[in-house]
Design a protein around this ligand. Structure first.
Ligand SMILES: Cc1ncc(COP(=O)(O)O)c(C=O)c1O
Length: 450
């Protein structure tokens, strides 16, 4: 499976968009999403895991409705972090039992909605379990329910996206609150899932495997205890996302198949059996009356990959409006900055992209100019610089800068600062271009602030 889309493929598709008139004068920036590449990645992901696995693609990495419609048809599920994301998923046609709900601050009405519709719920903390318990005393639900546990295995190279340190705002710490966690699993028979997420990008595969391992050991222990109480076992294991991708075309990221092999090694039980049986409450049985099988569970794995699925599947093109030639420094002024690349602007040491330059006809420029370039955006603050000191071919007004690997956590992190119009988003499928989302109109920008 290739990792980064090649410069030549990107230039070819961008040139096609120019020739077909899909990049108009007002499209000062355009995002692209390669739907075939996305489908290939999802097929590969699916082939690595048991067939009963629910691949809950993290909506936060790419919430475009047209993309979710595409991924639904490819058989995935989705992971939603907010009520808003749940509603995007429902609109895209996802059935509730293909949606995993993970917010760390769910309101009572969020919880009620999830339980009423049958969405898989991962509670974040012990108080939330209490809320769910009292709701379940008053209603029936087909939801399956887990709890997020922080395995406390350590942080990766990016602190802001690491969530399995000694402290994390997410989940219940496995060591710090072990007794309370055990009590919860013995008090709530409806609690049949565990959930973890170690971090997003910057976490080595070994750290992710450790996290799963810690939770696997914990789940086996709980299942022993539940067995003595004749309670059904924990059978849903949500491993979260976090497998990193490469933003450097000459660096290979870890392979999904190697990750799965390491997981099989560390937590073999998760991959045994058919996995066909799904433990869930039914309307007839309700959640509180269950005392079912106590034999080892047919585990159902849930994954929540976002960046791994989307990151390399898209790119951004922005017209160069001006080139500033100050003594010792060249600056290419483009039409996207911290509105689209907030992490890159504020935390440049952690977030990297590769760049290419196209001429006005979309032809790839080669060579390297005498001086490197700063690539600066249109926003009114000094930090609005997407990248500094980038070696580029000579850049002229009217060229375009291509920012590679922007398929995930780019448009989803759009900032409203300075009221810029969101750019047009194009998809490419089987060589054909389509509009996935229109450029925002000025009236819509105004409406947002009304
Ligand atoms: C709970 C949860 N699951 C999944 C993800 C997706 O992570 P990634 O995109 O790195 O796979 C995140 C990202 O922050 C997350 O918070």
């Amino acid at each position: 499976m290739i990792s980064n889309l090649s410069r030549h493929h990107i230039a070819e598709v961008t040139r096609q968009a120019l020739q077909e008139g899909l990049i108009r004068e007002e499209d000062t920036a355009v995002l692209f999403q390669d739907l075939d590449y996305l489908a290939a990645r999802i097929a590969y992901l699916t082939s690595c895991f048991p067939p009963t696995t629910l691949h809950g693609l993290a909506i936060k990495s790419n919430p475009l409705l047209r993309i979710l419609e595409h991924t639904r048809k490819l058989g995935t599920g989705v992971e939603a972090a907010t009520a808003g994301e749940i509603h995007i998923a429902l609109k895209a046609g996802y059935l509730p039992d293909r949606i995993v709900f993970d917010s760390p601050v769910k309101t009572l009405s969020d919880l009620r909605f999830a339980l009423e519709t049958g969405i898989h719920l991962n509670c974040d903390n012990l108080d939330e379990l209490k809320r769910v318990d009292s709701l379940l005393k008053k209603m029936h639900s087909t939801s399956t329910i887990g709890i997020r546990i922080n395995p406390q295995v350590g942080v990766g190279s990016i602190l802001e996206s690491s969530v399995a340190g000694e402290y994390s705002k997410f989940g219940v710490p496995v060591t710090g609150k072990r007794k309370e966690l055990e009590e919860a699993f013995l008090s709530y028979p409806w609690l049949t899932g565990v959930h973890l997420h170690v971090g997003s990008q910057g976490c080595a595969m070994e750290l992710l495997v450790n996290g799963v391992g810690v939770l696997y050991d914990f789940a086996l222990l709980i299942n022993e205890k539940r067995k003595t109480k004749n309670e059904k076992p924990i059978s849903i294991f949500d491993i979260g996302g976090g497998l990193p991708i490469s933003y450097f075309s000459d660096q290979a990221p870890p392979l999904m198949e190697d990750y799965v092999a390491a997981l099989k090694d560390r937590a073999p039980g998760l991959f045994q059996g058919t996995g066909a049986q799904r433990h869930r409450g039914t309307k007839a049985q309700g959640h509180n009356t269950h005392k079912l099988t106590t034999s080892p569970p047919n585990w159902r794995i849930i994954t929540e990959f976002g960046r791994w699925v989307y990151g390399n599947s898209g790119w951004t093109v922005s017209r160069v409006e001006y080139v500033k030639r100050d003594p010792g420094v060249l600056t290419a002024m483009i039409h996207v900055g911290a509105d689209l690349f907030v992490r890159e602007c504020l935390n440049p040491a952690d977030w990297h992209h590769e760049y290419s330059v196209l001429d006005a006809q979309g032809r790839l420029k080669e060579g390297v100019d005498d001086l490197p370039y700063h690539i600066a955006g249109p926003l009114c603050f000094a930090g609005d610089i997407v990248a500094r000191d980038v070696p580029l071919p000579p850049v002229e007004e009217g060229d375009s800068i291509v920012i590679h690997d922007t398929g995930g956590y780019t448009f989803s992190m759009w900032s409203r600062y300075n009221s810029r119009q969101t750019p047009r988003i194009l998809g490419v499928r089987e060589g054909k271009l389509l509009v996935l989302k229109e450029r925002e109109r000025l009236e819509e920008v105004v409406e947002f602030w009304e």
